[in-house]
Design a protein around this ligand. Sequence first.
Ligand code: PEP
Length: 256
Amino acid sequence: MRDFLIAGNWKMNGSNATNDVLVSNIVDGIPNGEGFKLLVCPPFPYLISIASQVSNSAISLGAQNVSEHESGAFTGETSAAMLKELGCEYVIVGHSERRAIFGETSEQVAAKYIAAQKAGITPILCVGETLEEREAGATEEVVIGQLDAILDAAGVDSFASAVIAYEPVWAIGTGVTATPGQAQDVHRRIRMRLVKHNSDLADSIQILYGGSMKGENASGLLAMPDIDGGLIGGASLKADDFLAIAAAAAVAGQKS
Ligand code: PEP
């Protein structure tokens, strides 16, 4: 059985005042039901205060990035051990904004994934193709290539404590959502790639969809057999929008 994970990636948004309202509204509005988990990933400076705000709630805490290095002369970086100490259970690695804007390579993403796991944090590995790649018929090659980089560096067993997020780059922040069928097709290919290595792990790993997921389209996406939740940007910044997606997960129940 796979629970849903509904994860909010706040990106570089928020302030003490707005975060306070956002988190308390989410805490107050968590839908009844089982088989789903909520996660918020605020910017680094707010992790401590939000850790205390969510400490007695069913909401988990994650970070948006992590250094691949353990410690030392890496000005401006944050290690996985530091995130762990602040209460992070998850960290996003390989988000397309980090790959495209900050030039992160698949090798670096793999090093971050390994660093997170070494510190006891679950990496949320993002994979996804650009519109040009999709139009060129290269979706599978790109997505599976990004997955294989992790399989090569960390091994299939590492997926026992990891989450994958399929995020088509053309759907992120654009308002254009992949159809349930388009998303399911890629999720299935990701799971089948893992089946080749270890079918039990492939069965149990959560594969999230990310890309303009909202309350209005969440039910259709979450109804797909291989979609186990969402990584949500824009709609995670308003409690009502985030809770509408959580409500869709609560209604959908677990995946068997
Ligand atoms: C994201 O950045 O991970 C994302 C999915 O953003 P949005 O929901 O805004 O498309």
